[in-house]
Design a protein around this ligand. Sequence first.
Ligand code: NAD
Ligand code: TYD
Length: 409
Amino acid sequence: MKVSSSKFNEAFAELNCIENNTKMTSKFLNFQLYNFMNSKTILITGGAGFIGSHLVRLMVNKYPNYNIINLDKLTYAGNLANLTDIENAPNYEFVKGDIVDAEFIHDLFDKYQFDSVIHLAAESHVDRSIANPMEFIMTNIVGTANLLNAARSIWKTLNPPLTPPKEGELPPFGRVGVGQTSNLFYHVSTDEVYGSLGNKGMFEETTPYDPRSPYSASKASSDHLVRAYYHTFGLPVVISNCSNNYGSHQFPEKLIPLFIHNIKNNKSLPVYGKGENIRDWLWVEDHARAIDVIFHQAKVGETYNIGGHNEWKNIDLIKVICKVMDKQLGRPEGESEKLITYVTDRAGHDLRYAIDSTKLKNELGWTPSLQFEEGIEKTIAWYLNNEEWLNNVTSGAYQNYYEKQYASR
Ligand code: NAD
Ligand code: TYD
């Protein structure tokens, strides 16, 4: 039978379409299978805070097959307005709760059977830790211990069970390399655990701990607990210690957002001591990228330092902020510097922090993406363009804190 060429073409097109559909269907099924096999339920604690919200955004957008559960108590520093752009994402869920409440944490782990935890929830401001150390001891130490216990209790029922690693060995389901699906407790910590440097040297992963504020002491304690659970119980853990972060969505009690806020409102800029202390500043989104890399590629039991190789003496940094603010606000150059006021120094004020992040660069290939000059301009522009965010977080309780903190200085 002779088939007309147009009929033949139609039939051929139909066949092609079926084949393409089949291909698409099998591609879709493969994709679904891939998603299923690689799907993870990940708990991020403190995800409504400054760094946590950047990390939650990155993980929700980059890994649609991960279910990201954000657990946050929403203290003064936690703000769901930081996450409005992803709050309706299908792979995101917010749970309000306190990591200090052991029973609540236990039930939460029981319910969700988390594959991994990235733990950022903390009291994080040194000045508040001087005013009220107990909050820090409860959240940063007891809270971390509760999470470790809960992880241990659900992961020990997995196969193979948790057993302490032998000397020099990885735990039984240690994860090495990208895409491993085993469990991980990732503890996010600070370089402040290493103490204070003189004019020379840098913090390395092997630098002995020497914390000097209630904040850094509580973070150091939590780091020690995390390592103890690795060595004693074989809990798969990793720790990173990062330098000072800057960027959008930081509560305006820390140096950079506080001074931006004060300059905008023509308020004095309280420089502690002579302004000679030195900090190493990293753009917050680069920290979130580093956490992503470490989470996926780190060896269990390891520690990584994260830093920007970007040291600034406080007073020099403050002058840069003043200059960029003058430019962005259209004020005459030098106007904002007039607001600088030297006040009584912080008790136990660490002189210098500087992070050596060579290990992270050499082993996992991470480097910062943004130059400081660009980062600070972007950061200032963000606060100036997000007046409503700033007004919301600085109303109410913030005013009381500010009066108490600076009135007597
Ligand atoms: P942040 O203060 O902005 O946010 C902390 C978050 O934890 C908030 O959302 C808060 O509501 C939540 N939280 C506090 N107590 C809680 C509790 N008991 N239960 C549940 N949630 C609670 O802090 P950040 O600057 O985003 O820091 C996040 C983590 O990174 C901290 O562990 C901090 O030690 C570490 N870190 C911070 C820096 C920095 O420069 N900010 C540098 C290195 C490491
Ligand atoms: P901060 O942002 O509180 O971070 P950290 O103490 O964790 O490093 O402070 C950064 C530096 O700025 C630190 O040396 C203290 C100093 N500082 C001031 O001089 N004035 C201020 O009002 C604040 C909040 C900080």
